[in-house]
Design a protein around this ligand. Structure first.
Ligand SMILES: [Mg+2]
Length: 269
């Protein structure tokens, strides 16, 4: 677990390196999802062969909140799927690391996402295809809580529940913020648990920064007869004290001093 925490903070540091280099990007929403992505990629869940990332015999991962993609790129670089020489090309012209995920340009990326809501629907299609192929692979998804303001997410959840798409595990990165402000003030979405249960889904609530709870949720999802949504309670900007719960870091570039301070904190100094 200590090692996973180190990896997660290493990915957060990589995100900052990229954002500082191009002077653009979304650190806050990447940091809230960092522990979930680390658990999935480095805790033995997502199987992907770095030598053959397009192999049909792989688990799929869709980062539906596509704006957090520097985090996904950092994970794929660490996994050896993307060459590390690309790291500091984020958002540059002709880079394979676009500002939002591009499955054509970037190895290991399973869906173009960032047009919010659509990633979840595409993941549902992938899960259907795997089911038809009688594949034992899973489709993992991370949705933002702000993203749930998009109607297409609810059409998809209704269908996941109706078909009990058990090979799909959806995490909600429930950091209680979205680009324009707090979820309560902007969308006023109310109780997620009740809404998901009304879609006939199994709902598991966890601390999205606790690796044990993330693993237990995945295990429970795989054991259940129902399709599962994991509401992961998270902190936007998690890991750097001045970024936590400050929504201005949704899309913001640290000063040189802030960058140094953040890296020190992420190294545990
Ligand atoms: Mg959010």
């Amino acid at each position: 677990m200590e090692n996973l925490q180190k990896i997660a903070n290493g990915l957060r540091a990589d995100v900052l390196d990229m954002v500082v280099e191009i002077k653009d990007g979304h650190p806050g929403p990447a940091f809230s999802a960092a522990d979930i992505i680390t658990a999935l990629y480095f805790g033995g869940h997502i199987h992907i062969d770095p030598e053959n990332p397009d192999s049909p015999d792989r688990d799929r991962f869709v980062l539906s909140k596509g704006h957090a993609c520097p985090l996904l790129y950092a994970a794929l670089i660490r996994k050896g799927v993307i060459d590390k020489k690309h790291k500091l090309t984020l958002r540059k012209i002709d880079s394979i690391l676009q500002g939002h995920p591009d499955m054509i340009k970037t190895p290991g990326v399973d869906a173009n996402s960032g047009s919010l809501g659509n990633g979840l629907a595409m993941a549902y299609g992938m899960a259907n295809a795997l089911k038809l192929q009688k594949s034992s692979r899973y489709v993992y998804v991370i949705c933002g809580d702000g993203e749930l303001g998009e109607g297409i997410t609810w059409e998809t959840f209704i269908n996941i529940g109706k078909s009990q798409m058990k090979n799909m595990i959806v995490f909600i990165d429930n950091n209680r913020w979205q680009s324009g402000g707090s979820i309560t003030d902007v969308g006023g979405i109310g109780s997620l648990k009740e809404k998901f249960e009304a879609c006939s889904l199994q709902v598991i609530e966890i601390d999205g920064h606790n690796f044990t709870q993330i693993f237990e949720a995945v295990a429970a999802a795989k054991e259940s007869n129902k399709a599962t949504v994991v509401i992961a309670h998270t902190i936007k900007g998690k890991g750097v004290d001045f970024m936590e719960e400050d929504n201005s870091w949704h899309k913001r570039v640290p000063t040189a001093q802030q960058y140094e301070s953040a890296l020190r904190q992420l190294r545990g100094e």
